[in-house]
Design a protein around this ligand. Structure first.
Ligand code: NAD
Length: 276
């Protein structure tokens, strides 16, 4: 197989949850720019509308639907609609996720990491815990289930879960529920990969490090935060959604046909430790 064929997603039917912003928008662009037909599912009505119009104007086959991944019947209906429209479903990105609010320290790096009462375990509310688990873990479960219902009968497909380096590293600035949900999503991914392997369906995860997106109200856009994080990332820079495109295309295309159950970090070396 020649390289263009190996990485071809031409004509694929694709669904991206949380597709209207940040990493999900990067996945949408990566696939649509290479000939796939992509449906973005997102709760953000105005972003869906804006990004759908923008991408359609440059000739990409993209549509959007307002869906909350915690509304499982609505999610199932949106899958049926997209698959019906495309006549096929090939790739699903289980990507929607939220920032859970502060962890037990404030500040990403350095010596200025004061303890935060709000993030302390004793003060961690049920409401906050449940919201993160409901979205970042149960939402992934519902997305994988909806994907399996369409992909298994076709005996073909790709599922890609956005986890995080927080699935295997703990970060005190992030709330405890986030680490728990991401570790759970990573292990769920492995279990589903095992179940679906015999059906020629691969299931993998992308574990991002620090990326500039709109998560948590967009704190990653703060240049001071970016500079501080870049200091401890071995590649000395933070990530941008554009950095995701190669890996997304790889995991969605025939190039990764024999890879399943893997979590691939994309973090500029952050997980290796600190260099200089
Ligand atoms: N940005 C990072 O540094 C980083 C690092 C590791 C993992 N992640 C993960 O990447 C994924 C994407 O986050 P991002 O950083 O691109 O953030 P983002 O906020 O830019 O994008 C997330 C999108 O998900 C949508 N969304 C939120 N709740 C939803 C719901 N209930 N149903 C459907 N859509 C919903 C939002 O409207 C938004 O468009 C998340 O799972 C996040 O945990 C991000």
């Amino acid at each position: 197989m020649k390289i263009p064929e190996l990485f071809s997603v031409e004509g694929y039917g694709v669904i991206v949850t949380g597709g209207a912003s940040g990493l999900g928008l990067g996945f949408t662009e990566a696939l649509a720019e290479n000939g796939a037909r992509v449906t973005m599912l997102d709760v953000d009505t105005s972003r869906i509308e804006r990004e759908t119009n923008r991408l359609r104007q440059v000739g990409l086959d993209v549509r959007g639907e307002v869906v909350d991944v915690t509304d499982h019947p609505a999610l199932d209906r949106a899958f049926d609609t997209a698959a019906g429209l495309y006549g096929r479903l090939d790739v699903v990105f289980a990507n929607a996720g939220i920032d859970p609010g502060p962890g037990f320290v404030g500040g990403w790096t350095g010596t200025q990491r004061p303890r935060l009462a709000e993030g302390a375990l004793e003060n961690y509310t049920d409401e906050r815990w449940n919201r993160v688990i409901e979205l970042n873990l149960n939402g992934v479960f519902a997305t994988l289930r909806a994907a399996a219902r369409h992909l298994r009968p076709r005996r073909s497909g790709r599922i890609i879960v956005t986890t995080s380096v927080a699935a295997y590293m703990t970060e005190a600035v992030i709330g405890a529920a986030y680490m728990t949900a991401k570790a759970g999503a990573a292990h769920l991914m492995r279990n589903v990969a095992l179940e679906l392997a015999a059906y020629n369906i691969t299931v993998n995860a992308i574990a991002p490090g620090f990326f500039v997106t709109n998560i948590g109200g967009g704190h990653a856009h703060n240049p001071g935060v970016q500079k501080a994080v870049a200091q401890v990332v071995p590649m000395h820079r933070v990530g941008f959604p554009e950095d995701m495109k190669g890996l997304a295309l790889f995991l969605a295309s025939p190039a990764s046909a024999y890879i399943t159950g893997q979590q691939i970090a994309i973090d500029g070396g952050w997980g290796l430790g600190t260099a200089d």
